[in-house]
Design a protein around this ligand. Structure first.
Ligand SMILES: Cc1cc2nc3c(=O)[nH]c(=O)nc-3n(C[C@H](O)[C@H](O)[C@H](O)COP(=O)(O)O)c2cc1C
Length: 445
């Protein structure tokens, strides 16, 4: 995330950490080049558009920890990264709340042109009260309604990206003096519950038309949304077995919706503490643990405080007694892992701070571990960092050669668009929901 402290709170103070200087574009350009050198498919930015915590609560912890405040817009940053890289996919998060779909579609097409088709979009609905208030709402919309809203947002952007311009509309013909053929450019005339958009889309189609669609919610509504729209889903399963169940269930929905099972790929978030021996890895882990901020983790999970008053909840309170409209994946996963009793707030803080996605070991042990995730059906991993850029430098220099030798990672960066790298095609598959809008507006408009 384009901020100081994204997930691993407190680590910005680690001697190797440079993320405190995230305002400096060189940090990100250098990191993007490192990832490209390491043959990563993509660099992904998370984002939020508000503060964590109760609406009238203090944000002293957030500011003290640099916990997602201050933060900068990842989409703006991507244009700098696009011109400094050639192969790396560039994915960012944008919530349906934060931008009108007409303008958002235009911004993404512009980025996709600048990068020659390397853009991915992580669609989120935003579960932060403060974010809702930043965009003119009194309160956060109810969980499942947020997904209905998101679906209409998707319809608008698909209509613009897929349907507004036919192939061959852009001529750039200096001899005839025709730049673009208006008969192949269509208004979309969208009228829905949340938006009215006439069109046409202002940019001409990009190599991908629609950016690669990422999604990260695992609630029933989130999975249904992913099954219809997403091409890649981020998961944070606590074990490979739980990943397998999540993947199988979501893939079944994908197939029910008429898509092929591998039209949706799954990326597990993991984070590594690497050592050349097991002892060294454990020493590195102990060093990391010295910097972890429990205050930061509790403020981040957004559940440790009463949402009305901002006062701390009893840490022994069972999770099932907490009423909230925020994200539900974390609590659902914790319930699935802790089968002997109902987990509490204290359990959640502990697992989030200490266990989630962490693997400690030598490069060979990491490769063994990743083979298990692969067997569970995971298509790829999202390497979450402790320190920028060191977490990635170590992974690329020490782990990637072992993964390549074992056939667990690609030998080279595939050229071309991000969708080409992941799926071997530039545009949405024929059976994707968004493709229904291709050619849909010609006669009607
Ligand atoms: C790996 C991962 C990355 C995520 N990135 C973001 C993000 O950048 N911004 C955001 O608002 N939510 C992010 N989320 C939260 C999800 O989009 C979603 O809101 C959350 O998982 C709750 O959705 P659910 O109730 O459908 O499970 C992320 C979740 C995961 C697992």
């Amino acid at each position: 995330m384009n901020t100081n402290s994204h997930i691993q709170h407190g680590l910005w103070r680690h001697p190797a950490a440079q993320q405190a200087d995230f305002n400096d574009v060189r940090l990100w350009i250098d990191l993007a080049k490192t990832l490209e050198r390491g043959h990563f498919d993509a660099m992904f930015f998370a984002d939020v558009v508000g503060l964590y915590g109760p609406v009238n609560g203090s944000y002293e912890v957030n500011a003290r920890e640099g916990l997602q405040i201050p933060s900068n817009d990842p989409a703006v940053l991507l244009s700098a990264l696009a011109v400094n890289t050639e192969h790396l996919g560039l994915a960012f998060t944008s919530a349906v709340l934060q931008e009108h779909p007409f303008d958002f579609a235009r911004k993404v097409s512009t980025l996709d042109h600048i990068s020659n088709g390397r853009i991915g979009w992580n669609v989120v609905t935003s579960s932060l009260e403060n974010a809702a208030r930043n965009f003119g709402f009194d309160r956060l919309m109810e969980h499942d309604e947020r997904y209905r809203w998101a679906q209409e947002y998707m319809d608008v952007v698909y209509k613009l990206w897929e349907g507004s311009w036919d192939d061959g509309a852009l001529l750039k013909d200096k001899v005839s003096g025709v730049y673009a053929d208006h008969t192949k450019i269509h208004k979309i005339n969208h009228v829905g519950e949340y938006y009215q958009v006439e069109g046409p889309h202002l940019p001409s189609p990009t190599l991908q038309r629609t950016p690669v669609i990422f999604q990260a919610g695992s609630s029933p509504a989130g999975r249904a949304f992913a099954a219809r729209n997403a091409e890649a889903q981020f998961i944070l399963a606590p074990t490979p077995e739980i990943a397998r169940t999540t993947i199988d269930e979501t893939r079944a929905l994908v197939v029910e919706g008429g898509r092929r099972p591998d039209d949706l790929q799954f990326f597990q978030g993991l984070t590594f503490v690497i050592g050349s021996t097991e002892e060294e890895a454990k020493r590195n882990e102990a060093e990391i643990d010295e910097y972890i901020s429990t205050d930061g983790f509790l403020a981040h999970i957004n559940l440790g405080l009463d949402q009305a008053t901002g006062t701390p909840l009893d840490p022994d309170m069972p999770l099932k007694d907490i009423k909230h409209e925020g994200g539900q994946s974390h609590t659902a996963w914790l319930r699935a892992t802790m089968t002997d009793r109902e987990p509490t707030i204290r359990d959640l803080a502990k697992i989030t701070a200490r266990i989630r996605g962490r693997f400690v070991g030598t490069p060979e042990q990491i490769a063994d571990h990743l083979a298990v995730w692969q067997q569970a059906g995971v298509d790829g991993i999202n390497v979450m960092n402790w320190t920028i850029p060191q977490s990635y430098e170590l992974f690329i220099d020490e782990v990637m050669p072992v993964l390549r030798a074992r056939g667990l990672a690609k030998q080279e960066s595939a050229p071309g668009t991000l969708r080409q790298k992941l799926f071997g095609r530039d545009q949405l598959s024929e059976s994707h929901y968004g493709r229904q809008y291709r050619g849909a507006f010609g006669d009607r408009s």
